[in-house]
Ligand binder design. Structure first.
Ligand code: PNS
Length: 162
């Protein structure tokens, strides 16, 4: 796409939830191009491979034409520079997210001064939703239908309950 701002929605997405999908959908309305980036988080042991996470996200957003999904192993700041992206968009849930997100935003700004981090307020119904909560519920045989789309529900149950 020519012109306009390229925004990155980065995360572990292990797995993607309705909370992430809400932020991605809203970002797609604000920017000409959005790249959902499955990135590494050294403090997390993921249940799905990066490729699986990319595929699950793609399955959930077939209709968002200006959104692509990719995986990158390096620094987010470097990826933004490589792709000419000038915005990082993240969802902010409760205050508990704030310190961690603020630290990352400031670090990314230091590493790549051309990039601004923007926070979207999470939708009220997703306030307490997290990927780790979804995995816990799936592990214990609970109903995850309020948290993740139907197209990936069985993939999650199969992996977590194996
Ligand atoms: O969904 P998460 O785990 O909270 O997302 C964190 C993520 C993946 C966005 C962050 O760990 C990240 O940007 N990883 C890429 C490597 C990097 O740039 N690390 C320094 C961040 S300041």
């Amino acid at each position: 796409m020519n012109g306009g701002i390229i925004a990155i929605c980065p995360g572990s997405f292990d797995p993607v939830t309705y909370g992430h999908l809400d932020i991605i959908t809203r970002a797609s309305k604000m920017f000409s191009q959005v790249i959902v980036l499955v990135a590494g988080n050294i403090s997390k042991n993921c249940s799905f491979t990066p490729e699986e996470r990319v595929e699950m996200i793609k399955k959930c957003i077939p209709d968002l034409e200006n959104v692509t999904v990719e995986h990158y192993d390096g620094l987010l700041a470097d990826y933004c520079a490589e792709r000419g992206a000038t915005a990082i968009v993240k969802g902010l849930r409760a205050m508990s997210d704030f310190e961690y997100e603020f630290q990352m935003a400031l670090t990314n700004k230091k590493l790549n001064p051309n990039v601004e981090t923007l926070f979207l307020t999470t939708a009220a119904q997703n306030m307490y939703l997290s990927s780790s909560m979804v995995k816990q519920i799936a592990l214990m045989g609970g109903d995850i239908s309020s948290f993740v789309p139907e197209v990936i529900r069985q993939d999650i149950i199969d992996r977590i309950q194996k």
